[in-house]
Design a protein around this ligand. Structure first.
Ligand code: OGA
Ligand code: MN
Length: 287
């Protein structure tokens, strides 16, 4: 059967609408290649109108991109489908990646950066969306790297960053939210180079999180803090962003190797926000 696939770029430096894909149909062959190419080229792909997809179909679709990784927040795994991590303000455990209100700092991150096995890509399907708030921001880390001056580019190649869940817990506590970002505190922090080369494009991208990256190896903590704050302002500037305003049924697939993302505020005790995430494991070499 021939399907009509069409990639419609946004007017931002990242992001595209991927028309014609269906979470209920596992992509194979040319269709999978189109998806991989578009994911690499645009960093963030919106696949609209996926209300009909079941959890099992979301899992099967995601597996076409690689093996899945479970979240370490056990209370947020979907019963019967632990590959689905339930994010939002519903269920047994509220899982949020958003500041408590408009004055709160964003939490820019790449999924599973604080773990030994990182997330190559994530797929988030909106099941319930509040009328106000809860947009998700994405920022292009190719643009962020390319916009550094030559000296910064060569200096940053040598920096290694310590990514620790304690940084996320501190952020949540500051926002007055449950200070539990998962069991990452049971494992040693993950140290990754600040600059990584994308295995598909060969392009360089910055790789850090503004709350989770707590140390630059060999630096005092206050120097790291100032550096990460400046780096965030540089890398996640509005010109490098795509902002996704969710509609129910939107599936958004992003490449954690070349974009950062951050949630925006919504009412935690308000209308339901229910998002289902599948997480595709990193299987490429670690640099
Ligand atoms: C995530 C995440 C942001 C949001 O699910 O990994 O960061 O807006 N979500 O819910
Ligand atoms: Mn995330």
């Amino acid at each position: 059967a021939s399907v009509n696939l069409r990639i419609e770029p946004t007017d931002r430096v990242i992001g595209a609408i991927a028309h014609g894909f269906d979470l209920a149909r596992v992509p194979k062959g040319d269709e999978l290649e189109r998806l991989e190419d578009a994911l690499e080229a645009y960093g963030v792909l919106v696949i609209p109108n996926q209300h009909h997809a079941t959890p099992a179909q979301q899992i099967a679709f995601s597996r076409a991109l690689g093996p899945l990784e479970l979240s370490d927040m056990e209370a947020a795994l979907m019963p019967g489908h632990p590959e689905i991590f339930v994010v939002g303000n519903i269920g047994k455990k509220r899982v949020t990646f958003s500041p408590a209100d408009d004055l709160g700092e964003l939490e820019w991150h790449s999924d599973h950066i604080h773990l030994k096995v990182r997330a190559r890509a994530s797929l988030l399907l909106a099941r319930a969306v509040p009328p106000v708030g809860g947009d998700t921001l994405f920022a292009c880390m190719y643009s962020a790297y390319d916009a550094l001056n030559a000296e910064q580019q060569s200096a940053y190649q040598h920096l290694n960053v310590v990514n620790d869940v304690s940084g996320l817990d501190a952020y949540l506590a500051e926002q007055g939210l449950d200070a539990d970002a998962g069991d990452g505190d049971l494992v040693a922090p993950a140290v990754w180079p600040l600059v990584r080369t994308h295995p598909r494009s060969g392009r360089k991208a910055l790789y850090f999180g503004n709350q989770v990256s707590v140390d630059v190896v060999g630096w005092p903590r206050d120097r790291t803090k100032a550096f990460i704050a400046e780096l965030t302002a540089h890398a996640c500037r509005p010109a490098f962003r795509y902002r996704h305003r969710w509609q129910t049924g939107d599936a958004v697939l992003w490449d954690n190797r070349r974009v950062l993302h951050a949630g925006t505020p919504y009412e935690l005790n308000g209308p339901a926000r229910e998002m289902h995430r599948t997480t595709i494991r990193e299987i490429e070499p670690t640099h």
